[in-house]
Design a binder for this molecule. Structure first.
Ligand code: ADP
Ligand code: MG
Length: 337
């Protein structure tokens, strides 16, 4: 790969300064600050995530995919708040200015920015170990933001999409799983290109009581809703929505059923939404599901008490006895492909 010596301003101009097309950008990249006009009567929703090489992604991963993932996981936080994307800023720390790396990174970044109508309006560029920080700004009606703290006993618990793909993909990327090409492609795509559930977030405003995006695993993230809301959750593990790719791994004997349950319950990186709905509004949510406006599955109920409890039918599961305790944080330092 060709290494170029390129100044910071040249680099920003070449790879990151593009015509802003989204809402409210009075002044974009190039001055001391961006000047932004938020929509009237809305609140700004602001969130930031950092991805560090060899911790959150393998350093030699495709730069376009690193960029996609960095922006997508940030957009997922907006989705979980019921907010719509407006703008983002980019803090980029690079060991060197490698033109082909930057070209691919910027291409991946703007692909996602365009898809979700979210404009890059500024950032900072420094030299150092590879890491990417993105801060997103979105807009939401104050009264309709989906907080973690508003779940109530009697609410139904839903999740969007499938659970466990992220963890299965991580095992694959770390070289711990041997799967057929089709499933491997699907899983890698899910890992690097998680789908921020913005449409679900939007449709659930005014319907869901609480929501969170599942970045650390269902048990951990639903646990945050429970703690913040002062309630408990009962989850029926038979209802956990698992993708055809993960199901086929179980059917072919690549992994056992407990492993797929562990992925769905404890694996992170799915970026689906977990949300709660009072009984009186459950019918409206079911209508959205049958109309194809959102893809979601009811997995249990909010009850008085504390903690997340898993059931298989009537009997509560002892996850530790099944070897399904939390696996702890995995990183890429020793990965091999
Ligand atoms: P300052 O000297 O005021 O800190 P910088 O030299 O850091 O400004 O940046 C110049 C302009 O380029 C600013 O508008 C800043 O927001 C933008 N910028 C810097 N790095 C990036 C980046 N990685 N992506 C997008 N915009 C950037
Ligand atoms: Mg600066």
């Amino acid at each position: 790969m060709k290494q170029v010596s390129i100044g910071e301003f040249e680099l920003i101009k070449q790879y990151f300064q593009r015509e802003a097309g989204a809402f409210g950008v009075s002044l974009g990249i190039g001055d001391d600050c961006a000047l932004l006009q938020p929509p009237a009567v809305k609140q700004l929703a602001v969130s930031m995530d950092t991805l560090v090489a060899d911790v959150h992604f393998p350093r030699d991963a495709d730069p376009a995919l690193i960029a996609e993932r960095a922006l997508r996981v940030n957009l997922s936080d907006l989705a979980a708040m019921g907010a719509e994307p407006l703008w983002f800023t980019l803090g980029l720390t690079l060991p060197e200015a490698d033109s082909s790396w930057l070209e691919a990174f910027s291409e991946g970044l703007f692909r996602v920015a365009k898809e979700y109508h979210c404009d890059l309006v500024g950032g900072d560029t420094t030299r150092g170990p590879l890491s990417i920080t993105i801060q997103v700004h979105g807009a939401v009606d104050a009264a309709q933001a989906l907080l973690r703290s508003k779940a109530r006993a009697g609410d139904r618990i839903y999740v969007t999409g499938h659970l466990g793909d992220g963890a299965a993909a991580l095992a694959l990327i770390m070289g711990q799983l041997d799967v057929e090409a089709e499933a491997a492609d699907y899983l890698r795509d899910r890992y690097y290109r998680p789908r921020p559930q913005l449409q679900a977030g939007e449709k659930l405003r005014g319907l869901a009581t609480a929501a969170i995006d599942i970045s650390d695993g269902l048990l951990a993230d639903l646990g945050h809703i429970c703690t913040r809301s002062g309630v408990a959750a009962n989850v029926d593990v038979r209802r956990l929505p698992v993708s055809a790719a993960v199901l086929s791994l179980v059917e072919k004997g690549c992994v056992d059923r407990n492993k797929s349950m562990q992925w769905a319950l404890c694996g992170g990186d799915d970026y689906q939404l977990c949300f709660t709905v009072p009984e009186a509004r459950a019918e409206a949510v079911e209508k959205l599901i049958s109309a194809g406006d959102i893809e979601a599955t009811p997995i249990g109920d909010i009850v008085p008490g504390e903690g997340v409890h898993c059931y298989q039918g009537e009997s509560e599961l002892d996850l530790d006895a099944l070897g399904i305790g939390n696996t702890g944080y995995q990183h890429f330092e020793n990965y091999s492909t």
